[in-house]
Design a protein around this ligand. Structure first.
Ligand code: ZN
Length: 271
């Protein structure tokens, strides 16, 4: 039966058909939303009975158990596991993790990706006067707009970034470099890199959808705001966790105390 499923089942249905993946459906929805935004037409997405099947899958499991084995295009053997750890790095917010995941899979909906899926008229970079194909690497690293943005980021704002001359595409895209920083330095650096990539992507989308030209300084300000909010969120989460731990310790202490009172003859009660 499985031999014929691909011919019998509509191409838009991916689940349980050999050679198709559930992520194909997610990408189809994501690309359709992008297409509607780019062409400015109205779209309604009807999502039926999706929750029970997929909502309870642990994202931690997806990232930690499955992703480390996936190869990453252009990286040497052994490096992909670092990439997948970085995608799920605790310092990143969910939005930045999603961005990092799409970068690692090379499925950020840039024009070359959308064109290959029949959802963009061409694959050309939307920056005025550029004319190169808009790949993910082009958008985030090679385009002259990206070059200006990284130059501004390094010189103006973020001392945790390496000097512009030693900043590499592998470091900014995947967090992989020859030189290993200590984990505290890397956390700060990786959050900064992710926030800048997110700001570059946001400025590109504002250009495509609203014809707004965002100057490099404003892109870097957007990234700085993202870092500030992610840092505050991480601090709030840590405080809540500490409070919960303290509360459960107190609860456990009280239980132990009650237990001692109930059983004064127990070894614990004699101490
Ligand atoms: Zn370009």
């Amino acid at each position: 039966m499985s031999l014929f499923l691909e011919e019998l089942i509509h191409p838009d249905q991916a689940c349980a058909v050999p050679g198709r993946k559930i992520t194909d459906s997610l990408l189809l929805i994501r690309d359709t939303i992008c297409l509607a935004r780019d062409r400015n037409f109205r779209l309604v997405v009807l999502n039926l009975d999706f929750e029970k099947a997929f909502d309870r899958v642990s994202h931690q499991y997806l990232f930690q158990e499955r992703e480390p084995v996936s190869p990453v295009h252009g990286l040497a053997f052994g490096e992909p596991s670092t990439v997948w750890c970085n995608v799920n790095h605790p310092t990143l917010t969910n939005r930045l993790r999603e961005m990092s995941w799409m970068v690692a899979h090379e499925i950020l909906p840039v024009r070359s990706v959308m064109h290959s899926r029949g959802m963009a008229a061409n694959s050309t970079c939307p920056r005025p006067g550029c004319g190169a194909p808009e790949t993910m690497r082009h958008l985030l690293w090679e385009c002259s707009a990206a070059v200006d943005q990284w130059a501004k980021a390094g010189s103006l704002k973020f001392p945790c970034l390496p000097a512009r001359e030693v900043l590499t595409a592998q470091l900014i895209l995947y967090g992989v470099s020859q030189k290993q920083d200590c984990s505290r330095d890397f956390s700060k650096q990786w959050l900064t890199l992710a926030a800048i990539k997110d700001a570059i992507w946001t400025s590109r989308n504002l250009l495509v959808r609203r014809h707004m030209q965002i100057p490099p300084v404003a892109v870097i300000q957007m990234a700085a705001a993202t870092i500030k909010s992610a840092t505050r969120h991480a601090q709030d989460t840590a405080t809540k966790k500490n409070r919960l731990c303290a509360h459960s310790d107190e609860g456990a202490g009280a239980t132990r105390e009650r237990s001692k009172q109930r059983r004064p003859d127990s070894p614990g009660g004699l101490l």
